[in-house]
Design a protein around this ligand. Structure first.
Ligand code: ASP
Length: 327
């Protein structure tokens, strides 16, 4: 057998946890519709309610499931207020003894950012499963219904915990999940880590451990979202200049993540401006613009193993703590 094949850590028997799964709707392509059936790109996201999505999967009808609409947006437009409300609703439902897990219907564009935020804030001891689709609900072969069925199967898996994403039959941990393709239905991957598992006919075959961690706590998100720190991402590239960073600093940016080239290298013009920002007291965290791999070496910093957008969430959470300490 080739050594690259992951060994199966657990094949969960097709016995599901009894108890309720709560499905929280936030919009996305999974809830999108197009005027012409079969148009997979000319559609409007976030048109169908989470109750509609549930009704499209007859196999879920007999299960103890509750549906709640938390938001209805295209996830490219995800915002702090929606994140705050979503985290609160997830925490409230997870605290219920009768709830075994949560499923969140979401857009694919910022799914990994929401996943990381929820994992860091809640690090839940029950499963929180983000699910999405690359094709709208009106597609000839919509991927949303199967993904939703698979997501509920994961949410009902005994022993499941942590924030994961389920798409195209694969389960990805919050720390590793990345949208890696613009169009294909299997658009997500977990980089070097590989998927946490696969769902086959409602059964999870798991290759690695569930996400665990120490929750930062919901209080971290308690502040009025209009006052949440402003954190931006800048990118190093050929011909980079420092003017953009200086403009951000002048406009009041409170944190910067730089998507560096390769193993953390920066164009000298950008580096000079970032040094000025850091000297002015603005935290500057470095990650890589490479799709996979981590920063390797000395002084790599807190975002070494994060994507730039994950690092932006992490720096936001870090600054929110500083805000709370200052009160
Ligand atoms: N723009 C959509 C969204 O993120 C894309 C998708 O869901 O696939 O909501």
């Amino acid at each position: 057998m080739p050594s690259t094949l992951p060994s199966t850590l657990t094949t969960t028997a097709p016995i599901a946890s009894p108890g309720t799964v709560v499905i929280l709707g936030t919009g996305g392509t999974i809830a999108g519709t197009s005027a012409t059936a079969g148009d997979n790109v000319g559609y409007t996201a976030a048109q169908r309610t989470v109750a509609d999505l549930l009704a499209a999967v007859p196999a879920l009808a007999a299960l103890p499931i509750e549906a709640e609409q938390v938001a209805q947006l295209d996830s490219k437009d995800m915002d702090n207020a929606t994140w705050q409300r979503l985290a609160q609703r997830v925490a409230q439902h997870l605290a219920r003894a009768d709830v075994v897990g949560i499923v969140i219907t979401h857009g694919t564009d910022t799914l990994e950012e929401t996943a990381w935020l929820l994992q860091r804030v809640l690090a839940p001891a029950k499963p929180v499963v983000l699910v999405a689709a690359m094709r709208p609900a009106t597609a000839l072969a919509a991927d949303g219904p199967q993904n939703l069925l698979d997501a509920v199967a994961v949410a009902r898996t005994p022993g499941a915990r942590g924030v994961v994403a389920v798409l195209a039959g694969r389960v990805h941990a919050a720390a590793a999940v990345r949208k890696g393709h613009t169009y294909r239905t299997d658009a997500f991957d977990s980089g070097d880590a590989g998927p946490l598992g696969v769902v086959e006919e409602g059964v999870l075959r798991r290759f690695s451990d569930w996400p665990v961690g120490t929750p930062l706590g919901l209080d971290r998100l308690a502040a009025d979202t209009s006052g949440w720190p402003w954190v931006e991402i800048v990118t190093s590239h050929a011909g980079a200049r420092g003017d953009g960073v200086r403009a951000l600093v002048a406009a009041g940016v409170q944190g910067l993540v730089v998507a560096a080239t390769g193993n953390g290298t920066l164009h000298q013009a950008l580096a000079a401006a970032l040094d000025e920002a850091a000297a002015a007291g603005i935290p500057v965290w470095r990650s890589t613009r490479c799709a996979a791999g981590v920063l390797v070496g000395h002084d790599v910093g807190p975002a070494a193993a994060m994507s730039p957008w994950q690092a932006r969430v992490e720096l936001l959470l870090h600054l929110l703590q500083a805000c709370r300490s200052a009160v």
